[in-house]
Design a protein around this ligand. Sequence first.
Ligand code: IMP
Length: 194
Amino acid sequence: MKLIFATHNQHKVEELKKLVPTSISILSLTDINCHEDIEETGATLEENAEIKANFIKYKYGLNCFADDSGLEIESLNGAPGVYSARYGGEGKNSEDNIQKVWKELKGKSNTKAQFRTVIASSFGNKIKLFEGIVKGNLIFDKRGKGGFGYDPIFIPEGFAKTFAELGDVVKNRISHRAIATQHFLKELNQLKKS
Ligand code: IMP
């Protein structure tokens, strides 16, 4: 079975290939010669994941899936959420995003946050959503060299280290993306049987 992962991020594709059975071949947008950037105009992670999956479905008629993730901070009513990649402003980087989080959290004692991933799958005419959440707390210094984005300031529940300190092996076992992917894989296995 061939499945398109609606992303240009080769790192994500390689990560997923390791998790799915070899009978399913995962192709990226680049693999199918789609070099367009799909605009993420949704107001929620769910909408963005669906926009990307629908784009491939309508343009290429292929079975596909897409994901969208973000950091949701309890005392900021779920911000930055869908805007996580550009929280510090357009053209800003992870350091700017972290600085903005610290600024917004100033004077707040509740540091609870969660990472959330939504995967949208589009098989035939059916869109289905799968969710993964990892809860934790934010800190006011940066710890660790691994990972990306907000990893150096996020300590997952049950651990004493940040995602950036825990490293890829542990993170890929417990992360929001890993959990959403496990739910999605269950669905794929069902499909293979039917
Ligand atoms: P994406 O949808 O996976 O591209 O994630 C959007 C943004 O959310 C990223 O650019 C990061 O700022 C943030 N983010 C998502 N997942 C993670 C993670 O695992 N660690 C740190 N930041 C993340």
